[in-house]
Structure formats: structure tokens, C-alpha cells
Design a protein around this ligand. Structure first.
Ligand code: HAM
Length: 420
């Protein structure tokens, strides 16, 4: 078969009905947990001022450097398809005066994001994330609460073999010393490292630690570790986070080279992975600097986001099914013009009374309609012909016993509600 002329853009897949069942399940679990922990939903626009991301995520990050979909509008503004949700949430926090509310402000979101990446397993150009942000407080217990929320969601979705990786990347006081130590360590070795690392040593030396190149990884394994450079404040914060995780018996792996791909992080950073090779399911951390970067105001905050398609992929690989679609036990068949019109009316009555009914209103022949009901093994069939429609009555047939009754419209809802 020749492929159709128009296809979806590369890396931006359709979410087909079969996949939406998984999305729906993930959304339901996320919403339930968000409600329990008193997070309120926020949805920011798909497009934002390009500078929000340049300032917030950092000009030297891969996201801003290579992965943004940016364009000029007819009015001359530079807009970007949002590559992530944290900078927009902080923008909204300031714009709507959320500093005046009682703190912390707890927000969550669930929607599509865009990054111009090379499409591959677990990496798309349009992908969905859900995220949780706690804004306005510094307490390390909140860092743990965010981690706990993601782990609980994955647990509710029955995803196993999760690995929590955690690190502290310090703050504006201690990180410069660490960066200096890194640069002096890598300077003598950079000639043998990849092109990206050569750029990173000048622009963003911390990101070298995240390089996946095998040759670079060998060198990185001997690099100085940030934990030896943390100031007292960051050390104390991280100690409390780890102690709390231990207290809650949440297993974790300290990963001294976990730095994350966004510049706004301070102190705690984390990622949650499975053993599958599709990258992290979720990532996040504290971002006490972001408020200053985009709102010129202090705003301690912590949060995280998870990739919906990656979760769906894991659910499929582990044979975790979303809840089964419930097939209604009643089918409505109709013959003739008047019956069709009356059927449209009846369906509305059924909807109002929360009675699930399957129909095939586009079909005319009774035989093909009944075949449809048979296919779904439906026990009760309502048949509305011209004569019945005129008399405002309908036939109810029990396909199991073969018995049938004529029921006036007036008594129909009552009768259907009693069916077993
Ligand atoms: P991130 O690590 O860039 O963090 O993305 C979070 C998650 O989104 C990843 O762990 C992954 O599951 C998914 N993801 C990212 N890029 C792609 C892609 N190209 N295709 C499919 N899935 C992807 C953030 O975005 C931060 N805003 C998280 C955060 C919230 N930090 C604090 N608050």
C-alpha cells in the first residue's frame, strides 16, 4: 500500500486511542496523588517568550543550545514551544502574585512538551510530561516529598525495579570552586575527549560529567567529586535529605556525577530510572536560583517531572495493562427514519440517566446491527422499528433466554436500570 501523502512530523507521534488508555491511567493515578498532597493543577501555554528559557534553563545547556523550536511571530516576537514546565510555572507564580499566598504554593501539570532531539527509543520531539512543583519553601523534607510522590505514582502503576539516583550540586557559593577544580582536572585531558566536551569545558564544565561517550566516561570516573566541595549549608541540606530517605526506607544510589541538563538546579538533584535502556522516567531537584534568574526575586523551590511515553513503554514491556474498557450490556438497534430520529433522542435520555448503551446509528440493516451486538457479546438488545417508534414503545430482547418484551418509552429507563 502506498503511504499517504501527509504524515505526522518526525518525532511527533499521534497518540492513538489504544495509547490514550495508558495516558488516561497515568493521568488518573497522578491526579489522585496530587489531590491527596494538595497540589493544584496549573496549565501554562504551549508557547512562551524565548528568553524565559534562555535565562531560566541556561544558554549553554543542550536544551537551549540545540533543542528549542523557536520562531518569530508575525508581530515580531520570538516565541518557543515549551521544552519543559518549570520555568513557565515560576513565570506564572510571579506574574499572578502567588508570593502573596500562603507558602508553599504546590502546583502540578500534565501536558505536551517539545525538544528538537534525534528521535529514538524514549526520545521524541513532542512528548508528554507530568510535573510537581513546591514553591516558596527551603525545607529539605520537601525535596523528599517530591521524590516520594514520583515513587508512589510509579508504585501505583505497578512499575518495578526502580532506581533512585541522587546527588547535590551545591549552590552559587560552593559550585564555582568545584567548577574550577573540574576545569583544571579536565584541561590536560580534553584533547582526547569528544567535541561536545571540548565545548562544555569552556561553556558549562559540569555537563562534562553527564557525557555518554565511552572514552570520556573513563576520564570522568577519575574526576573530583562535588560532595567534597559542598559548603556547610549545602552539606547540611543534603545530609537531611539522605537521612529522611533512610528514615522512610526509600533506597537510593548516590551518584556523584548526576548533574542534570538544566542550569537552574541547586543542592538536591535526582533521577528515577528502571533497568530498561530508555533513559530516566523522572528527574528533578531543588532550583532556588530560578526565581532570581527570571523574576529577579528569591524563590526557594523544588520539583520534578516524569515522561509519560517512557512510562507507557515500560508498562507495555512489563505487560501492565491500563484498566479494561467496560463494554455496555445494552445495544440499541433501529430500523427506519423515524426510529433513527427517536433513537438519537433516546440516547440522550440514556446519557442523562448514566445508562451505557452501545449503538450503530449509521447502519440501516437490522442484520448488520445485530452482528455488531453479537461481536461484543451484548446480552440485551433494544429494537426500535417504524411501528414501535410511532407507538412510543421499544422491544427489549434478552439474547441469553431469547425472550422479548414491548416496553413503553415512559417505563424504559426504570426497566433498564434494573437489568442485571
Ligand atoms: P527533564 O529531566 O529534562 O526535566 O525531563 C523530565 C522527564 O521527561 C525525563 O526524565 C523523561 O522521562 C522525559 N523526557 C525528557 N525529554 C524527553 C524526550 N525528548 N522524549 C521523551 N521523554 C522525555 C525537566 O524537564 C524538569 N523541568 C523537571 C523538573 C521539574 N525539575 C524541577 N521541577
Amino acid at each position: 500500500m502506498a503511504s499517504p501523502k501527509f504524515q505526522n512530523p518526525k518525532g511527533m507521534p499521534d497518540i492513538l486511542p489504544e495509547n490514550w488508555e495508558y495516558f488516561k491511567k497515568i493521568l488518573n493515578v497522578t491526579e489522585k496523588i496530587a489531590n491527596f498532597y494538595q497540589f493544584e493543577r496549573i496549565e501554562t501555554p504551549i508557547l512562551e517568550d524565548e528568553n524565559l528559557f534562555i535565562k531560566g534553563i541556561g544558554i549553554a545547556t543542550d536544551i537551549v543550545h540545540k533543542e528549542m523550536f523557536s520562531f518569530r511571530t508575525k508581530g515580531g516576537d520570538r516565541l518557543t514551544l515549551r521544552p519543559e514546565g518549570t520555568a513557565p510555572v515560576v513565570r506564572a507564580y510571579f506574574q499572578h502574585g502567588f508570593q502573596e499566598l500562603s507558602q508553599p504554593v504546590k502546583l502540578w501539570y500534565f501536558g505536551p512538551f517539545f525538544r528538537y532531539e534525534r528521535p529514538q527509543a524514549g526520545r521524541q520531539r513532542e512528548f508528554w510530561q507530568f510535573g510537581f512543583e513546591i514553591l516558596g519553601e527551603t525545607n529539605p523534607a520537601l525535596d523528599v516529598q517530591i521524590i516520594q510522590i514520583f515513587l508512589k505514582i510509579f508504585e501505583e502503576l505497578k512499575i518495578k525495579n526502580l532506581v533512585l539516583k541522587i546527588n547535590s550540586i551545591g549552590d552559587n557559593f560552593c559550585r564555582p570552586y568545584y567548577k574550577k577544580a573540574l576545569v583544571s582536572f579536565f584541561r590536560s585531558k580534553i584533547a582526547g575527549m569528544c567535541q561536545d566536551c571540548k565545548r562544555r569545558i569552556k561553556e558549562n564544565p559540569l555537563r562534562i560529567l553527564d557525557c555518554k561517550n565511552e572514552k570520556c566516561r573513563q576520564i570522568i570516573s577519575r574526576a573530583p567529586q562535588i560532595l567534597d566541595y559542598l559548603c556547610e549549608n549545602c552539606k547540611e541540606h543534603f545530609k537531611k535529605v539522605l537521612e529522611t530517605l533512610e528514615y522512610l526506607k526509600i533506597p537510593f544510589q548516590l551518584d556523584p556525577f548526576l548533574v542534570r541538563g538544566l542550569d537552574y538546579y541547586t543542592k538536591t538533584v535526582f533521577e528515577i530510572e528502571t533497568k530498561e535502556d530508555i533513559g530516566a522516567l523522572a528527574g528533578g531537584g531543588r532550583y532556588d536560583l530560578l526565581g532570581k534568574l527570571i523574576g529577579k526575586k528569591e524563590l526557594p523551590a523544588v520539583g520534578g517531572a516524569a515522561g509519560v511515553e517512557r512510562i507507557v513503554e515500560i508498562m507495555k514491556r512489563e505487560n501492565i495493562l491500563p484498566s479494561k474498557k467496560r463494554i455496555p450490556k445494552i445495544f440499541l438497534a433501529q430500523i427506519g427514519d423515524l426510529a433513527k430520529k427517536e433513537s438519537l433522542k433516546l440516547l440522550e435520555e440514556f446519557r442523562k440517566n448514566k445508562i451505557q448503551v452501545l449503538e450503530s446509528i449509521g447502519k440501516d440493516s437490522l442484520k448488520s446491527q445485530l452482528r455488531f451486538a453479537e461481536k461484543f457479546k451484548i446480552r440485551y438488545v433494544l429494537i426500535l422499528g417504524q411501528k414501535e417508534a410511532l407507538e412510543k414503545k421499544i422491544i427489549l430482547k434478552d439474547m441469553k433466554t431469547g425472550k422479548q418484551k414491548l416496553i413503553p418509552f415512559k417505563r424504559l429507563i426504570q426497566k433498564l436500570k434494573k437489568l442485571k
